[in-house]
Design a protein around this ligand. Structure first.
Ligand code: ADP
Length: 268
């Protein structure tokens, strides 16, 4: 059972105290509470850049109208705020697309080594800007049944996080094992480890990282262009592929994100 706890302060001298009300929440109530929280989060995330945009438009129409330096600077900020809204809308659409699917529809053979290689190619400029070294030695022909765009998104999000949160000069090691003998999936499986040597994550946060909009440090996430939806999307895609995501971290030493996926077998 989940209980909603509301806290009230009683201020009736001489008996002052705290009143705790425990309320049993049914599954239906929980679902509708989650929906309300989600809408509130989305509204908040959209309103922040919108408020900034409105403020700058007003300033450009008024006091900064003829100040070329201010115009240039404000347009730059407006562009990055608009880009933030665009990223949020893009991630919301990705999330709603993967959430609406029970299982991946067209399960094609996907070559994981090739997918990760192409993600690394796309992320090379970001890695370079962060001074990160990425180590990956792809084995050939590791196939899983799935949707290649979605699997590409999984590794983009995980590797981008390792670069963004790992800090300058971090080494990221990606290991792909195409013939894992024993995994929790109980079917022939493939394992991918994405390991960074960054600051790591406090174990307290780990169980909540895949919740929508959950961030360890909201300010840092926004600064890095994060939407707080990346790992929620990762988890949903992996679930749709009947796989598992494991997150382990040692603060001060780094984090390891493990993806386990069913391997393509002849009868798959
Ligand atoms: P965001 O858009 O904020 O990056 P994610 O859902 O991808 O959202 O990640 C949620 C949070 O998990 C991040 O805000 C960050 O605090 C933490 N996180 C994710 N990956 C790592 C990592 N490799 N090292 C440290 N923290 C991480």
């Amino acid at each position: 059972h989940t209980y909603a706890v509301s806290v009230g302060f009683i201020d009736m001298a001489p008996a002052q105290g705290v009143l705790l009300c425990f309320e049993d929440m049914s599954e239906k109530e929980q679902a509708s509470q989650m929906r309300r929280d989600f809408v509130a989060n989305v509204s908040h995330e959209l309103r922040t850049p919108l408020t900034a945009l409105m403020g700058f438009i007003e300033t450009l129409q008024g006091p900064a109208r003829r100040d070329d330096t201010a115009i240039d600077r404000f347009l730059g900020i407006m562009q990055s705020e608009a880009a933030r809204m665009e990223r949020l809308v893009r991630d919301l659409l990705s999330l709603s697309r993967v959430e609406s699917e029970e299982r991946v529809r067209a399960a094609d053979p996907v070559d994981l080594g090739r997918i990760i290689g192409s993600v690394l190619h796309t992320l090379r400029p970001l890695a370079k800007a962060c001074g990160c070294e990425i180590v990956f030695d792809p084995p050939e022909g590791v196939l899983v049944p799935g949707n290649s765009d979605q699997l590409q998104q999984v590794f983009t999000n995980l590797i981008e996080n390792a670069i963004k949160y790992g800090g300058k000069g971090n080494t990221i090691t990606i290991t792909l094992d195409g013939s894992a003998p024993e995994t929790s999936l109980r079917v022939p499986a493939v394992i991918v480890w994405v390991a960074d040597q960054g600051p790591g994550i406090d174990p307290l946060h780990i169980p909540r990282l895949t919740e929508r909009f959950y961030r360890v440090d909201a300010h840092r996430s926004r600064e890095m262009g994060g939407t707080g939806l990346g790992l929620a999307i990762v988890k949903h895609i992996i679930n749709r592929h009947r796989g598992r995501l494991r997150i382990e971290s040692t603060p001060g030493q780094g984090s390891v994100f493990t993806v386990i996926l069913p391997r393509l077998t002849r009868d798959a």
